[in-house]
Design a binder for this molecule. Structure first.
Ligand SMILES: Cc1cc2nc3c(=O)[nH]c(=O)nc-3n(C[C@H](O)[C@H](O)[C@H](O)COP(=O)(O)OP(=O)(O)OC[C@H]3O[C@@H](n4cnc5c(N)ncnc54)[C@H](O)[C@@H]3O)c2cc1C
Length: 304
């Protein structure tokens, strides 16, 4: 049943008509629980509150389905504006983005030029940009573009997904090169030819990737809400004396907030991934897919 619900929500995330509807009608259906608001001012307000609670943030201006060059340029403009707002407000935040937003599906050249435009501004302000990892069909090209960008920028990192068979090799290569990596379980619907179908195998691989990256030259963002993964990370960090400059925990805005605060109280570095913008529908559907119990929030949202 849970698997069925997961597939249903992941298919709904791809629905363009529903996405258009959601943009027109604003944050609804309980999405406010996971999305900081529609404007940059809303987002900065949330970042400030989280900073006051001892957490850093990575801001993501939401966007799905970029169809042409002007939409890709506009999405890149939003990333630049987000970086400028972070700098101007003095909050402690970095930026996350998806390369399909900056034109990856239109042309590699367009995506590259938008990425350079964003990274130039981030570099000027000393801010990190993390390239989110999307579905498997974008994985190799994302890593290829990252390699090219790293020749000119040291303020860019990416995400590795534990559900993919290929990921241990990717972590071993990128970690040896000192790349900043966020380790996640993976949020898309992938076939068994490329990804572990069983959760137990994904969890076991998550531990392998996290340990490999923590022992590498690169920074490790341990991005999970899973207490088993977090407890394992804590013991591994203690056993190997991994300094705080080499890692942080990351969780999504609105998910396991108590656990986020507990990690801060225990003295661990904690960063919250805060999405904002009017294109919230796909992101929201992926969060529902992870935990169909969240549908309760949708029902509440519909009746409020
Ligand atoms: C900071 C951050 C960035 C991410 N970036 C990417 C990315 O670039 N690409 C990508 O594919 N995926 C990304 N993800 C999503 C990730 O791949 C997983 O889908 C997501 O984190 C759920 O897996 P989990 O590790 O929390 O473990 P799970 O085993 O799925 O969950 C463990 C526990 O966490 C809680 N939980 C998990 N999800 C939810 C939810 N939606 N609502 C309420 N409770 C929940 C539940 O209590 C659950 O039992 C990111 C996740 C984080 C935290």
């Amino acid at each position: 049943m849970e698997q069925l619900m997961r597939s249903l929500f992941l298919s709904m995330a791809q629905n363009r008509a529903a996405n258009r509807w959601a943009k027109r009608y604003g944050l609804r259906l309980g999405a406010q629980r996971f999305v900081a608001g529609e404007t940059i001012d809303d987002a900065i307000r949330v970042v400030r509150t989280l900073n006051q609670q001892g957490m850093t943030v990575t801001l993501d201006h939401l966007g799905e389905f970029v169809n042409d060059e002007s939409e890709a340029n506009e999405a890149a403009d939003y990333c630049v504006r987000t970086l400028e707002a972070i700098h101007a407000s003095g909050v402690d935040a970095s930026l996350s983005l998806k390369m399909t937003q900056t034109g990856l599906d239109i042309s590699r050249e367009l995506c590259m030029s938008n990425m350079r435009r964003i990274l130039d501004v981030a570099k000027k302000y000393g801010l990190l940009v993390t390239i989110d990892m999307e579905d498997f069909s974008h994985c190799q090209i994302t890593l290829d573009i990252l390699d090219e960008l790293r020749k000119d920028y040291d303020n860019v990192g990416t995400v590795i997904q534990a559900y993919l068979y290929r990921s241990l090799e990717d972590v071993q290569r990128l970690g040896a090169e000192g790349v900043h990596l966020r380790i996640v379980k993976g949020a898309y619907k992938e076939p068994p030819e490329v990804a572990f179908p069983d959760k137990a195998d994904v969890d076991a691989n998550y531990i392998k990737l996290m340990e490999a990256q923590l022992l590498s030259k690169g920074f490790t963002a341990i991005a999970t809400h899973d207490e088993k993964m977090i407890e394992h990370a804590k013991s591994f960090i203690a056993k190997h004396n991994i300094p705080k400059e080499k890692y942080e925990f990351q969780m999504l805005y609105g998910i396991r907030t108590n656990l986020q605060q507990q990690l801060v109280r225990e003295g661990y570095p904690m960063r919250v991934y805060v999405p904002y913008g009017n294109d919230w529908y796909g992101y929201f559907m992926r969060r529902l897919a992870e935990r169909p119990a969240n549908v309760g929030f949708v029902l509440k949202g519909m009746f409020n």
